[in-house]
Design a binder for this molecule. Structure first.
Ligand SMILES: NC(=O)c1ccc[n+]([C@@H]2O[C@H](COP(=O)([O-])OP(=O)(O)OC[C@H]3O[C@@H](n4cnc5c(N)ncnc54)[C@H](OP(=O)(O)O)[C@@H]3O)[C@@H](O)[C@H]2O)c1
Length: 253
């Protein structure tokens, strides 16, 4: 059957695979035929994700990606175990809703460490020639509509996501020589553990306001995994340096 979105014979690394969007991406990439490397800190939840996937040969790596010095060895072991990579989804991330007055440098470093530095250091290591498929690879960073549109008390999170959107463009140019495509995806609001306790999800009035900003309602994790499958597949072979906004219309007005 004609299927330009197939991930058969591809090996995809997914960070943040223990929860929410990363978990959904792991499940759906396995259904599209990929072998998947799942990374996150919580082993029990990684195993839960594994139990929901199809196929064999997937690899679980229990790791805090802010331990930057461990990243070269992690990548080396992964490639030794499963072979060169065809794609990466950098889903791992943290969020908050706090005014800037509550931030110190430590907290900003925590946000940039988890949302930007971990993904960038992992990319740097993976994009060494021995670690990627000789035909090239597709790297996808997880940005957000918060990297494009302002919302009160989201400054630290927004700054990290804006950094990923602009870094994507620069890295797309830098890595094009190696046939590595680099894109980002910017979801609107999807109900997952990252926002389950945020006021805009739990207080009915605020939630209604937020939902109304998404012209098509809030999204589902599958809305994002489908976009990621496109960016990982050969269907997007001519797409690089882009930020794919998947937000039910949140940013159109
Ligand atoms: N949900 C939304 O509305 C939304 C909207 C826009 C963008 N996004 C972005 O989409 C991505 C996924 O979010 P989500 O909604 O799926 O959130 P989630 O359910 O909270 O998942 C976040 C994942 O990141 C992992 N993680 C966090 N810090 C880590 C670290 N230091 N090392 C390794 N793994 C780490 C967590 O795993 P462990 O705790 O097991 O380590 C978890 O698997 C994030 O980058 C988020 O900013 C989400």
């Amino acid at each position: 059957m004609f299927n330009p979105f197939s991930l058969e014979n591809k090996t995809i690394l997914i960070t943040g695979a223990s929860s929410g969007i990363g978990r959904q991406c792991a499940i759906d990439c396995s259904k599209m035929g990929a072998k998947v490397v799942l990374i996150a800190r919580n082993e029990e939840r990684l195993n839960e994700t594994r139990s929901m996937m199809e196929g064999n040969g997937h690899v679980l790596v229990c790791q805090d990606l802010t331990c930057f010095e461990k990243i070269p060895d992690i990548v080396k072991n992964i490639v030794k175990q499963i072979g060169a990579l065809d794609g990466v989804l950098h889903c791992a991330g943290i969020s908050n809703t706090e005014p800037l007055k509550l931030y110190g440098v430590d907290r900003l470093e925590e946000f940039f460490g988890a949302n930007v530095f971990g993904a960038v250091m992992l990319t740097r290591e993976i994009c060494k020639l021995k670690n990627i498929n000789k035909n090239g690879a597709s790297i996808v960073f997880f940005a957000s509509v918060a990297g494009i549109v302002g919302e009160s008390c989201k400054s630290a999170y927004s700054m990290t996501k804006g950094a990923l959107i602009s870094g994507t463009r620069a890295l797309a140019v830098e890595y094009s020589k190696k046939n590595i495509r680099v894109n980002s995806v910017s979801p609107g609001v999807i109900e997952t553990p990252i926002n389950a306790k945020q006021k805009y999800m739990v207080e009915p009035e605020l939630r209604a306001q937020f939902e109304a900003k998404h012209l098509l309602g809030l999204g589902k994790t599958t809305d994002i995994s489908n976009a990621c499958i496109y960016l990982l597949s050969d269907a997007s072979r001519w797409v690089t340096g882009q930020n794919l906004i998947v937000d039910g219309g949140y940013t159109v007005r």
